[in-house]
Design a protein around this ligand. Sequence first.
Ligand code: FCB
Length: 448
Amino acid sequence: MLAKFPDGFIWGVATSSYQIEGGWNEDGKGLSIWDTFSHTKGKILDNTTGDVSCDHYHRWREDVELMKELGIMAYRFSIAWARILPDGKGKVNAKGLDFYSRLVDALLENGITPFITLYHWDLPQALQDEGGWANRDVAFYFGEYASVVAKRLGDRVKHWITHNEPWVVAWIGYGFGNHAPGIQNHKVALQVAHHLLLSHGLAVEVLRDLCGYNAEVGITLNLSPVHSASDREEDIAAAKRHDGFLNRWFLEPLFVGGYPSDMVEFYGELMPKTQPADMAIIGKRVDFLGVNYYSRSVIAHNEDSKPVKAMGVKVEGAEYTEMGWEVYPDGLYEMLVRLDGEYRVPKIYITENGAAYADEVLPDERVHDERRVNYLRQHILAAHRAITEGVNLAGYFVWSLMDNFEWAYGYTKRFGIIFVDFETQRRIIKESGHWYSQVIRNNGIIAI
Ligand code: FCB
């Protein structure tokens, strides 16, 4: 036995609503910013949309069956806000709630624990029309949405994630503009980040009230250890700023009680408007932190790289995935140990980890994705190392259950442990899926 995990360790898979569901205008669903964005020419690499995607909205039974076949213990999925509240607030669409309620029942019948993410990036377009996350009111609408969902599902769902990767929402969506809603304004991005954090705190209160004493509530951050590209002082300083930009900007309000002072100073007039009680709301105790880990960041100083004069550099000789992300499993270990030591995070789930490779179905009808197996194996071993050093890591979710719509990359990047033929909707379990199934059965990794 190479790495045995603690009893009760949760092995899961993750997806998100816009990336898999399709059914974009069915059963009363309102439009989301991703519907608008993907329908705008030039925004998606292969000119596709999530209109159909994996058609999970109609094929969810089959997908639950596949999970069962693999022995998956937990399924992390997200709710499309605009299915529940087509205008983002006000009138509730019963059919939207019914869809998720049926899914939850089917999961539970098959012994799969649902982990729900309330916001995985598909804001109702109606709220974008009011300014989106740049509008403080939207944080309060999020609280109302959380309450509508919790009232319906909170009797059965005991694991809740408020937000997925607020850094990506704020910076890629509103700062750099590669994601919906496609805004490019750094000051707005910081205001959005603040409202996302505020909305998180508001939802934590709601979920705790409505889902019972045994419910766990948390938030998922995309975290990446930041290493300096050289020993030069200016690169070291840039790496520290990048860490402040990406990691500490979210960790400190959640676990320390305020924004990191070096970054507050650096941002100067970019700083968001806040209200005195906000930090107390944002810092509400969470039961766990969700960590999405894909790679580390290697950073050099660059005067022109906005907003923090830091730019990512490639490492010679290193291995990269199809996303251009370095395969660096030690970074997961490093981050987990840091969260435990520096931030005293009570409990951690790895809510996403995985890799994109250009998979093909071979004539034997199999998908031999050895590189993904290797990626997952190394990261699971790194996670295990953190556990042996005392980190309270309670579960691990592979991104993703199946190939899906990879945001601005459309269908050009495959992350699944199940292959999806988007022409026929046929699903084929990849080698990595079979391999992961064994990891679950063994509660660990037994051979090299
Ligand atoms: C994360 C997202 C997820 C997926 C992976 C590859 O940033 O949360 O939806 O796109 O990256």
